[in-house]
Write a new protein. Sequence first.
Lengths: 322, 297
Amino acid sequence: MRSSQVVSQLLRVSDVTNRRSLRRRQLMDRAAEALILSFASIAIAIILLIFVYVGREALPLLWENVDGASLASTVTPPADWQPVSANPRYNVIPLILGTLKVTFIAMLFGTPLALAAALYTSEFAPVRLREWIKPSVELLAGIPSVVMGFFALIVLASWLQEQFGLEFRLNALNAGIALALAIIPIIYTVSEDALSAVPNHYREASLALGASKIQTAVRVVFPAAMPGIGAAMILGFGRAIGETMIVLMASGNAAYMSLSPFVSTRTLSATVAAELGEVVFGGGHYRILFFLGTLLFVVTSVLNWAGDRYNRRMRMKLFGAE
Amino acid sequence: MRKAIDRSVVILCGAATVLILLMLVIILGNIIAHGTARLSWEFLTQPPAQGMTAGGIFPAIYGTVLLVILMSIVAVPFGVIVAIYFAEYAKRESRFYRWTRMAVNNLAGVPSIVFGLFGLGFFVHGIGQALDKGLYGGKLLLGQPSILWASMTMAVLTLPVVIITVEETMRAVPREYREASLALGATRLQTILRVVLPQSWSGILTGAILAVSRGAGEVAPVLFTGAAYFLPRLPTRVNDQFMQLGNHIYVLATQSPDVEATKPLLYSTVLVLLVLTFLLNVTAMVIRKRMRSWASR
């Protein structure tokens, strides 16, 4: 049925072919190619535009000092983030610490779970079960981050506080666990793809040498997929650093200089989201927030690029080409 | 001994899988259990009332739908054209290919809050104010946050979703079809328009659905580009602000004057958003699965 459709389409093509002059068709063809290439180049332009238009608003910080906001003010001690006060302080160290803390907690919970589940899905699960697990994890990825943030704010935070008798209801641990739920699908999907991409003859060779199925999975397949798993972790990390709504709602948003996971925490992304709505356009605070955005953009871009490289190396290693 | 270790590895990995799925079930179960109580026809068709402690969420639903429609009008055609480049024109060893590929991959990983900043800097203050100056003599019309600029920002964010999905489908169209078409004397463009595209409609549909699902759930990009806390009337022009489901959840959850009174409404709003995005995702999955089983036949 399908192939007959194709044939009829092809016949229609040849029909049209006869009617129109060759030159006109070639002209159209060339014009279309130029158009398509220019659209593709817009994709590159967008990335540059993001960098330029976010960075542009922060750029005057390099040579100006608007209401105490300059590039130097972001690291000048004391380590206080107090942008709205008579004597505003814009030290971003507490925010970077908060971001790293929450991200680290998310990776600590998310990575082992996601990798173990990926290994289970790719190597141990019966085929019929596998077909249910993968879409279910994809559904987890489909939960909007504002919903995850809501769940952490209303349900998870109260539960954690009750269980552990915490002083702060909203804290880095709460945000980190919710964030873990958001990055598990990414780490799972990318590493599961990597594990499944390991050619079967690796497994067969290992089994033929007398290794058990589990030994094969842990000692042969897992190491072979290592670059892909590295990529999965890098991409998960990048997502965790930039994730906004979850931390905005679940972390408590107080910029303490503390390593404790149980205190209220403020991250870079949440700071931008919470404060940009109330700043004076073009003011010092406004510029600093765009500086934070530029920082996030640059860091996540580098992580993405690194993740991509690892993924490509994986394919090179297994197949000798892309 | 070896068997015991083996078994515990499988059990641990299985347990991790179960734990992940269990968390999904707990989240869904909790939201469904608490969300259905206030769900009614009135809730879906009435505006909020009494400081958002009563009434419904119609303006937020309306705004979200309008947002994703405007977004799709831009993101889908644009994404399909870039996908055509990747699937049909790109030469893998060319520098241009590597750059575009890197750009699209990078775009997919940019944090959503950065898109919000970009939307404000580029669309609202950049294009919007330039248009105001050029066309309306400096009157403030387009140079302010609005549903138009929020949609454009969201279109940029969902672009990689469309590109990657459509490209995958186009690559699945057998090479022989293209060769047959070219052999019959069709140009490359004719081959794409009459052979490749008709075979890829399901991929385009999937890409559009996934983009809509993503766009309906994102909040950070619209926070400063057009979403409003509360509006007494629906947006009627492109430069109006709008209410959005996700933003409404954020507002209700964090800025409500009476948390306990808002909670049932909040849960129902979350349920509506969740049902919306899940239905879209499941539809996309079903189409994809059919597409794959057809491709492998």
